[in-house]
Design a protein around this ligand. Structure first.
Ligand code: FES
Ligand SMILES: [Fe+2]
Length: 343
């Protein structure tokens, strides 16, 4: 990866954990890998999530192997203790009253909590970073949000985005859930700015609505049509909206983050999670709806984990057809982002 590409990727926000995973009651800090580096996350006594490199400034022990008490993180090696904003508050070997060297404090990184997810920007000064995607539905009281755990996929985030923007794989990859073998042809669509955040397209699909799929659609025949939109936000987020004829609206937000980057066509790993918003009563059906989306995402994961390395980004590296228009546009903008070296 060139320095410019690395600098550009460092100036993005990534969803790296669920808010639940860094609860104030958590017994241990959380270890995160992002862009080939290790970070530690925990919630300090002031209620804020602290994120820092997973390395104690004393002898470089991994802080994520330490323990939490009263919102303070204790290093497992010599017990140095870190509080709000990563400040070192105790060096046990020096006694309670000894002055603490400024260099002992951790360097906290920008974090934000949005949509039940913890977002991390791996540069200390995120000015000019691409904004965290704005999902206005989160402020709409007629919608309920459903979260699921953070997952690790053995593939690149670039391949994941390409997949999320693609409907041509539905009849094949998703034959086991909602994909319908009769619906192979993708109607021509136009790319448009869907709102102030997402760029993509609107379309109608016919899908299987049998068994578990009925948890999502609410009801209906075994084959139904629905109106959808799919759009991306740089670098690695996609939003899919679904409007069912019975008035149920669902917003599915999917986001990925590169844990490791591929040297060439080698293996790489990425974080993945999704967030769902629904305008129906999900007090009973919520778990089944999330399970169904998890089943769908496992079908994508199984396919993508066969593909090594990053998605080739150069002109003509891949053969594209009309249904790949959204992926082409994402690649064009993503290349420009990487070349800018900034957000
Ligand atoms: S390495 Fe952390 S306290 Fe010594
Ligand atoms: Fe898929």
């Amino acid at each position: 990866m060139s320095d410019r590409t690395a600098a550009a990727l460092d100036r993005q926000w990534y969803a790296v954990a669920t808010v639940d995973a860094v609860a104030a009651s958590a017994a241990a800090p959380l270890a995160i890998e992002l862009l080939d580096r290790s970070y530690v996350l925990w919630r300090s006594a002031d209620g804020q999530v602290v994120a820092a490199r997973d390395e104690c400034h004393h002898r470089q022990a991994r802080l994520s192997l330490g323990t939490l008490a009263d919102g303070c993180l204790q290093c497992p090696y010599h017990g140095w203790t870190f509080g709000a904003e990563g400040r070192c508050v105790l060096v046990p070997s020096s006694g309670d009253d000894a002055a603490i060297a400024p260099a002992a404090h951790l360097s906290p990184l920008p974090v934000a909590e949005r949509y039940g997810l913890v977002w991390l920007c791996p540069t200390p000064h995120p000015d000019g970073a691409t904004a965290i995607p704005h999902l206005g539905v989160d402020d709409d009281p007629s919608f309920t949000r459903l979260n699921t755990a953070m997952q690790v996929w053995n593939c690149s985030a670039t391949r994941m985005i390409d997949n999320m923007l693609d409907v041509a794989h539905f009849p094949y990859t998703h034959a086991g859930t909602f994909g319908r073998e009769q619906e192979q042809e993708v109607p021509h669509y136009r790319l448009t700015q869907l709102d102030d955040t997402f760029h993509g397209y609107e379309y109608s699909v016919v899908v299987n609505n049998e068994g578990e799929a009925k948890s999502m659609s609410g009801e209906g025949a075994d084959v139904i049509g629905l109106d959808m939109s799919t759009g991306f936000a740089l670098p690695y987020s996609v939003r899919s909206t679904m409007s069912f004829a019975n008035g149920i609206d669902q917003v599915l937000f999917m986001t990925a983050a590169p844990m490791s980057t591929a040297a060439s066509d080698g293996p790489c790993r990425s974080l993945f999670t999704f967030v769902l918003w629904r305008n129906d009563d999900v007090s009973e059906s919520g778990a089944d709806i999330v399970d169904f989306e998890l089943e769908v995402s496992r079908e994508d994961q199984a396919m993508l984990e066969n593909l090594t390395g990053e998605l080739p980004l150069g002109h003509g590296d891949l053969v594209d057809v009309a249904s790949d228009k959204a992926s082409l546009e994402w690649r064009r903008r993503y290349r420009a982002l990487l070349e800018s070296g900034a957000g």
